[in-house]
Every structure is written in structure tokens, then in C-alpha cells.
Write a new protein. Sequence first.
Length: 520
Amino acid sequence: MRLVQPTLLIALLAILPLWLSAQTSSCGKVIINADQGKDTISRHIYGHFSEHLGRCIYGGFYVGEDNTQIPHKDGIRTDVIEALKELKPPNLRWPGGCFADTYHWKDGIGPKAGRPSIVNTWWGGVTEDNSFGTHDFLNMCELLGAEPYLSANVGSGAVQEVADWIQYVNHGGISPMADLRRENGREKPWKVKYWGVGNEAWGCGGHMTAEYYANVYRQYATFMSDWTNTGGLFRIASGASSSDYNWTEVLMRDIPHRMLDGLALHHYSVIDWNAKGSATQFDEQQYFTIMERALKMEELVQKHSTIMDKYDPKKKIALVVDEWGGWYDVEPGTNPGFLYQQNTMRDAMIAATTLNIFNNHSGRVRMANLAQTVNVLQAVILTDEEKMILTPTYHVMKMYNVHQDALLLPVDLQNCDYALGKEKLPALSVSASKDNGGVVHVSIANIDSRETRTVSVELRGMPVTAVEGQILRSGKLQDHNSFEQPDKVLPSVFRQFKRSGNTIELDLPPFSVVVLAVKG
Ligand code: AHR
């Protein structure tokens, strides 16, 4: 055997660090083709979800008409509405979730004093007095400028009940339900387009098999008529939980496509359903695990889409991710059935990466709903009596609203690794779009908990004349806004970039998210 010459060995050792750095520096390159793109990023990807759960509706959105402490319009909190409007919420889902399959809408109309009470069996066993009902919700959507997305009761309801609800909210002519609506003070129909046919039919919505639910769906959808003023109802089937691909397969196969506009998918980022961990006190391994769960959305969207492509190659049916977000233990001392949790920079990373995934798959993902808007799970707003704070997730949703209804641009990304022990995740997440005014927006997240990443973004197919940006970052992953310190985590102007011709080189601090606006 011939031994390597010592001088050659020394020379090799000397160039090894250079070679290694050359290897690592090739990551973090982004090429955006600004003159290409075919799919529009539906604004409905940026939807929200409000359930009769904990303090989402009562205390969060609605404080009652007689409240003298908190400013409101017809019982709806003015501060919450004004804050949400900044996000440009395209749609709002209601009344659940699991609650939807226990909800009888006629309990929530008419004089409030005469409304029956029910017990909210899914969420804390509290008494629901039905003081917030159909009129309150639909009027609130008008205040927000959001389209309502009503989730109909299939699990414990009846076909006639849903048919009546549609007639009540949508029929402009003379009919029993439209007349009842007028008696209750509303002349014009609300024109509700988006309808969920049950929720989690495989679980809290009735523990059905996919085959059984497909038949039930067909029956309900038959009687969910369009009252000619909505431009056609958009009917959404209760979809799979995470990687239940069989559910998607069966529904795509067994439901006639003329009856189906959207197929739902629910996926939560959770460490372990029996040991979820604190929302604010977590270590790096827990952060890494949550990010691994959140990034799984890429695979889920791809695989569910592949099944849908097989049956629906023209992509007529939308994949509707109508529940997503991080799920942790409730805040200490709060009702375990209320799902009230804080929201940190970790949640900002979930939001930024998930929204990039949805943007990048906007050919098929055309609607999604973050769970949930106020005081529940990955909320954008938290309230405590008259106080209100905006979470890091709120700031991401606001920074990203520039993508709504913009043209998705193809992105070529050479990613970097975020390594923890032997495990690795892609450190960077990117999406880009061009708005009606020709401005290109690029959203980039660096989920690495320790490394600043230098990223070069090259725009092809357009001149670059000006760049500006915003960044959301903070000193610690666990940082969050509290009622004592409401502005700890806030976006700021982003300056850590240089432009040379069409290439922008930026430094992305650990666990940060940047949105650039590039003008041609
Ligand atoms: O968002 C909380 C609950 O999670 C919803 O009610 C249900 O659909 C899901 O299991």
C-alpha cells in the first residue's frame, strides 16, 4: 500500500476548511422568475376560524350588547374588529370545529331572551346561551369585510336543517325561512357562498368511515341548494386528518365532482397529543420537533394533491386546509377545555413556513383557516377583559397579506440545513408573488435557532429599481407579547441587505421572517 506523502496531507488539510466553506456557502441562493407564473394565490388561503370554544366568541369577539366596559358595536368588540381588518381577513369559519356538529342554528335566532341554552359538550361543558347566533356572526363578517364560511351540522343535525339554514341566509324572495329572517330584522340575504358539510366526520363529527361519509355528503349536498344569488355555493367536504390519505382517496372517488368544490384537510403541529408541552417554556428539541411537524405540511399537501390530481387533473376541486396551527398545553390555571395558549416566535415560524407552503401550492390549495382567531390555539389576538394584544402570528399574517390574490412566482431555492444532533430540517422557507401593480413580494423565513443565514435573492425577468422590507425577529424563541409587555415582539423596517443589480443579499437572523417588496 502506498502512503500519502506528508506534504500532500498537510496541503489537503490546509484547503479542507476552504472546501467546506465553499460547500456551505452554496446554500441560501434563491432565484425568482418574475416574468413567469400561472397560479394566483387565493386570498382565501389567509382565512381564519372562530369556534364556540373557550373565549373565542364570548369575551373574544363578542361581549354582549349591554357591556359598558368594552367598546363594541352590537356586542362585537371594536378593538378586535379594527385589528383584524389590518390582516385583510378574506373569510371566517364558524361555528366550529367539533362544536358545529352539535349546533342547531335555529337556537341562535330571534329575541335573545327567548333563546334556548345548550351545553357545549366538546369544550369545557359550559352552558351556551346562544346569544351569539347567525345574525351576529354574519353581521360581524360584514364589519370585517370577510366572507363567511358556515360549517353545517351533519353529525347530529338533519338535511332539512341545513337546507333551511341556506334558505334563511341566502334566499332573497318569499319563502318560509326568508320571511323568518325578515321577522328577525334582516331584509337582504347575506349571500353565504362557503359551506362546510360537517367537520372531522372521521372523529367528533360522527366517527364515520370514509365510505359512509361520502354517501352522507352526497345526500346533504343534494339539498344544499343555491338560491341563485350566491354565484353557486362552494361546498366543502370534511377532509382528512393529517396523513389519512385513504380518506382523500375515497372521497375523491365516491363523491360526484359536480357536487364537490373543496375537500378539507386538518393538520396541527403538536409534539405528542398526550404531552403537548408549554406554549412558552420549551427547549430547542421541542422547538425542532414542532417545526418538523409544521414543515410536514409540505408533504401532506403534496401527497393529498397527488391523489386529487388522479381524479381531478384540472384541479377543479380545492384543497381547503381549514384547520392548522400549533397546539400546546393550555396556559397554567386556565380551563383545559378552553384551549387558551400563548404565542411565541416559535408560532411566528410555524405561520411563516406554513403560509409559504400554501402559497407555493396555490394551484390546489385555495383556502385555509388558521385555528383559531382569538384566545384559542394559535390565535392572532389574545384578550383579557378590556385588554387586547396582538401575537407574533398576527404580525406574520399582516406582513404576508401582500400575497393575497397576487400571481405566484416560481422560486428556485438552494436550501441550508438546520441541524440538531443528527436530525436536519430545511432552514429556509421562501415564496414570492407579483401583485397587480407589478411589485414582487418575497417572504423568507429562517427557522434556524442559532445561525444567521446570508441569502442571495436574484430576480430574473424584471429590472430592480427599489427594495424595501420588514422583519419580525426577537432575542429568544420563547419571546411573546403579554398584557404587561404588549409590544415585545413587533415587526420593524429591514435594513440588513445590499442590492447589486438584480441580486439582493440579505442577512436573516435566527428564527426571523422577512418580507421584501421589490419594485421594477
Ligand atoms: O380547533 C379545535 C378543534 O380541533 C376543532 O374543534 C376540531 O375540528 C379539531 O379537532
